[in-house]
Design a protein. Structure first.
Length: 91
């Protein structure tokens, strides 16, 4: 049952984060992955801030996952923009 909750929270958080950041990639597994990784990132940030997040409500968990997923997508976009620049194709 816990795995199903992670998948549901991951999908919801990933979908909302992709909508906020305007991420163009598609796919259910990508969205779930972004949301689950966002939940891990957000939970780590909450724990590093010294807050106890072990007894939070569902909405707070989803909000934490959304914030973490948005941060993940922004970092991925920043890293993608730093790649080697290719000259435009010749015509």
């Amino acid at each position: 049952m816990d795995l199903l909750a992670w998948v549901v929270v991951g999908f919801v958080a990933g979908a909302i984060a992709r909508w906020i950041v305007k991420d163009e990639r598609r796919g259910c597994l990508y969205t779930i992955g972004v949301g689950v990784l966002g939940a891990l990132i957000g939970g780590g940030l909450v724990r590093a801030a010294g807050w106890d997040n072990t007894r939070t409500r569902f909405g707070v968990s989803v909000l934490t996952a959304i914030v973490g997923a948005v941060l993940l997508l922004l970092v991925l976009q920043a890293l993608a923009g730093r790649g080697p620049r290719r000259p435009p194709p010749r015509r």
